[in-house]
Design a protein around this ligand. Sequence first.
Ligand code: TRP
Ligand code: SF4
Length: 400
Amino acid sequence: MYTQRVLSGMRPTGRLHLGHYHGVLKNWVRLQSEYECLFFVADWHALTTHYDDPSVVENNVWEMVVDWLAAGINPNQTTLFVQSKVPEHAELHLLLSMCTPLGWLERVPSFKDQQDKIKDKDLSTYGFLGYPLLQAADILMYRADQVPVGEDQVPHVEFTREIARRFNHLFGGEVDFEKKALEASKKLGGKRSRLIVELRQNFQEKGDEVSLERAKAVLQEAQNLTFDDREILYGYLEGAKRLILVEPQPLLSASSKLTGLDGMKMSKSYGNTIGMREDTDTLVSKLKRMPTDPARVRRKDPGEPEKCPVWGLHRVYSSERDLNWVKQGCNSASIGCLECKKPLIDAILSEQKKFKERARPFEEDLGIVKNIISDGCEKARELAKQTMRDVRECMKLDYS
Ligand code: TRP
Ligand code: SF4
C-alpha cells in the first residue's frame, strides 16, 4: 500500500512553549506513525521578517529541534531537516517565481495582515512578498499529499495548489511520458507489466472503467515502486498529462489554541507562555500567580470557570472527573483557587518530566541533534533532486 506523504515546517523561533506542543507538535507525533513524514525548520522564512538580525537564527534552530525531539518526534521514523541545507528549495522558488502573477502574491491575506501588524520593520521587500511562494516550493518539492497547518496557513496551501496547477498546465505535458512509464512498469515484472498494458488498452480504447480500477489496484499493491514510478504509471493509465507537481491538501488539526497565563491565547508575543522545558520553580510560581475569575476576591466568593484563565489549561490537562470537580467546587466556593490549581500543576509537571527526559541526551550533546539533521537533510535532498530533475526537464533546462 502506498503511504501518503506529509510535510510541514516551522520557523525557528527558539524554545517552544506548551501552545506549540498542544497546537502542533502533538499532532505531528501522531502523524509520524500513520504517514511518511518530513518536518523541517523554515530558516529562510525566518529571514523574511528578521533579515536585520540573522545572527539569532542558528541557536533558534537547534533549540527548536531539541523541543521537537522532546515532544516525541522520532528521527528514525521521520525525516527532519533544515530548509537552507537543501538549496534546491531556492532553485524551485526561483523557477516558480517566473510564472507567479504578482497579484496572486499581493492577495494572500497574510501579506497585508503582517504588514499592518508589524510596524517596527520594513516589510516592503521582495523576500517578504515571496513568502508564500517559498512555502509553495517547500511543499511541492516533496510532492506532499498532506500539509498539517494551523488555520492561518490554509490560504498558503491553497496558493500552493494554484501554483502547482499553473505549473502543470504550462509545462506538464512536455515530459517524455510514454518512455518513462514503460521503464517504470518494468519494475513490476513481466507478468504484471503486461497486465497493466492490457488493462490500459481496455480502458483507453473501450472505456472500460473496471479495467482502470483493476490496474490501479495492481499499482497500489506493488511494493517495489517508488513514489515517482507510481505517479507516472497513474498518469499513463489515464492517458492524462503527467503531473509534475502534486497538489497538496491542508490537514487542519482539531486542537484549539491553548490558553496562556493571562487567559489570552498562549503566544510568545504576549509574554504569557509556559515553556516545554521550563525550570520547575519558575513554572510552579507562574502557575500559582496565574490570575483567576476576578469575582473570586475572597475564598468564600463563588466563581465561574468560564471566566477563569486556569480553566483553559484544565480543559487540556484534566480528566472529565477533575473538570466536574473544578466546576462544582468553583461554583459553590467549596474549593480555593490554589487547591483548584494543584492537580493542574501536577499534570503539567509530569508532562514536563517527559519532555526533559527526552531532551536530556540532546542537551548534553548537541552533536547528536546535528547528526540527526544532517542525515535528514541528506534524505530530503535525494527527494528534492528527483523533483528538480523533472522540473528542469519539463522547462527545457536540462541541456548541457
Ligand atoms: N509559514 C509556516 C508558518 O509560519 C512555516 C512554513 C514554511 C511551512 N514552509 C512551510 C509550513 C511548508 C508548512 C509547509 O507556520
Ligand atoms: Fe479558576 Fe479554579 Fe479559582 Fe474557579 S476555583 S476561579 S476555576 S482557579
